[in-house]
Design a protein around this ligand. Structure first.
Ligand SMILES: [Zn+2]
Length: 416
């Protein structure tokens, strides 16, 4: 199948016609391309952008299919412009054997999104005995994490680092020291007034420091998931300057929301680590700009209505993000001149892609993994716009600018 995309603005910069053949970008030209038997896609006014790559997604399979399954997850990913996503292993049961990794790749290989899997660091995510890192990597695991839990025992994490280094595997740290993160609210003046139970920034900072130090000691690549505190940014920056193999990610909700602009009792915003104050949020935006934080990952965490719409102390933690990540960050930061489009593409496509060995850049010979984006359209997000099985997306009811119009993924053209 051939496709001819006419008059798209490549990466929002220059106008070109793009010919896709057998799932690959055959040519990019500013001249008319005469092609027989091609489906023509008129893209006047649309941007052609590299497919997004999300390092942190909760598929909920196996065990949580009432929240999401691979079909709805795929639809949600495509709806948000993602062509590559990485699933977390904190399912029920957790993904802690090579057989499970192989099984997950088998059941997802024909879906129109590239889905990658991670394994746990410890068996059953109990924090005591490390998994078969070498065999699981061989089966396709792209990283290892007890996500949702931090590996509390330093001896176990040290051992995991040594093995991971040996097999050149990446460890992903859900950095929250558990004895200081029993509550659900940031510790700041606003939350103090509400008397909510806290998850202190220091719980994250202690965990980030230990894992950066272990990375430095063992030369193992440790990726810090969902950074939320300014203190963590400082620690990561120092270790990066010393040459430690540390990388870090941040979510759209920690970049956009703060305790000053959310209702602290609204369960939709309950997440781990919690939404923090303006001071922390501003520092996170700076860290993304400066390159201290490498990646935006959604931590897409679907929950059923009855699990989320509860009093805040009972609501399950987690926020959905796949379908609104790009538009929300474009609206909040690119349109306001606070981040460039090219930085946004680096942190949402190129940098995470590099960590997976995926190159989604728009050039001749590359696989056709990209999306068409309308940068002008304004839309109020409605429940029906969300294709995930769950609807715990805080942008429902809010107006965004710019929307994904179509996606090319695994050689297929998928119109929204
Ligand atoms: Zn996590």
């Amino acid at each position: 199948m051939r496709y001819l995309i006419k008059n798209a603005l490549i990466e929002g910069k220059y106008k070109a016609n793009v010919l896709i053949e057998k799932g690959k970008i055959r040519s990019i030209s500013d001249r008319e391309l005469e092609v027989e038997e091609a489906e023509v896609i008129k893209a006047d006014g649309l941007w052609l952008l590299p497919g997004l790559v999300d390092l942190h997604v909760h598929s909920r399979v196996p065990g949580g299919e009432h929240k999401e399954d691979f079909k709805t997850l795929t639809e949600a990913a495509l709806n948000g412009g993602y062509t590559h996503i990485v699933c977390m292993p904190n399912t029920d049961p957790p993904v802690d054997t090579p057989e499970m990794i192989s099984y997950l790749y088998t059941i997802t290989k024909n879906l129109p999104v590239n889905i990658f899997f991670t394994g746990t660091i410890t068996k059953r995510r109990e924090g005591n005995e490390i998994v078969e890192i070498g065999l699981m990597k061989k089966a396709g695991a792209v990283g290892f994490t007890d996500d949702g839990n931090w590996v509390k025992r330093a001896d176990v994490m040290l051992n995991a680092c040594i093995y991971a280094r040996k097999f050149d595997a990446m460890l992903i740290s859900h950095a929250e020291e558990p004895t200081l993160s029993k509550g659900y609210a940031n510790y700041d003046k606003i939350m103090l007034k509400h008397g909510l139970k806290f998850r202190l920034p220091i719980s994250e900072e202690i965990a980030v420091y230990r894992d950066c130090r272990l990375s430095e000691l063992t030369n193992c690549h440790i990726h810090i998931a969902h950074v939320s505190s300014a203190g963590s940014v400082e620690i990561i920056k120092k270790f990066k300057e010393k040459g430690a193999r540390v990388s870090a990610e941040i979510t759209p909700h920690h970049l956009i929301f703060s305790t000053e602009n959310i209702d602290p009792y609204d369960p939709i915003f309950r997440c781990n680590p919690p939404i923090r104050d303006e001071e922390n949020r501003k520092k996170l935006v700076e860290a993304l700009k400066d390159g201290v934080i490498d990646v935006v990952a959604t931590d897409h965490a679907p929950h059923a209505y009855y699990e989320k719409e509860r009093p805040i102390m009972e609501a399950l933690p987690g926020i959905e993000g796949l379908e609104t990540a790009f538009s929300s960050l474009y609206t909040h930061f690119v349109l306001r001149g606070m981040l460039s489009l090219s930085t946004l593409l680096d942190v949402m496509s190129y940098n995470p892609g590099r960590m997976l060995g995926v190159d989604n850049s728009i050039r001749e010979g590359n696989h056709a993994n990209f999306f068409l984006f309308d940068p002008k359209v304004k839309w109020k997000v409605k429940k029906e716009d969300i294709l995930s099985k769950s609807k715990n997306n805080p942008f429902i009811g809010r107006e965004l600018t710019g929307r994904v119009v179509a996606v090319f993924s695994k050689g297929k053209f998928l119109r929204r």
